[in-house]
Design a protein. Sequence first.
Length: 99
Amino acid sequence: MHPASGRYRLGISRPGPDPIEDIIPWTESSAIQRGTASNRLGVAAAGPSLRLYANGELLTETSSAEFRWGKIRFGVATGDDPTTEAQFRDFLISTIPAP
C-alpha cells in the first residue's frame, strides 16, 4: 500500500532470486486514507482465493493455485528514498473454521 498516492499492489515472491511478480499491479482506491492517516488492512484467504481489504472495504479479489500454501510477509520498500517508514499495530493472523 502506498498511502501518499492511495494505491495498493499485490505481488508474489517465489523461492529463489527472482523479483516479486505483480498479481495485482499498482491500483488506486478511495478506501485508502492518504498521507499519515492510519489504514486498517485485511487479507482473507480461503484455498486458492484471496480478498484484500482497506479500512473494511473490499479492494480486490483474486485466485491462484499458488495461494494454497505459503508465507505471509509485510514489508516496507524504500525504492530510492532511504527515509521510508511504516508502523504496524495490532497485527493478527487467525484461522476461521470451515462452514
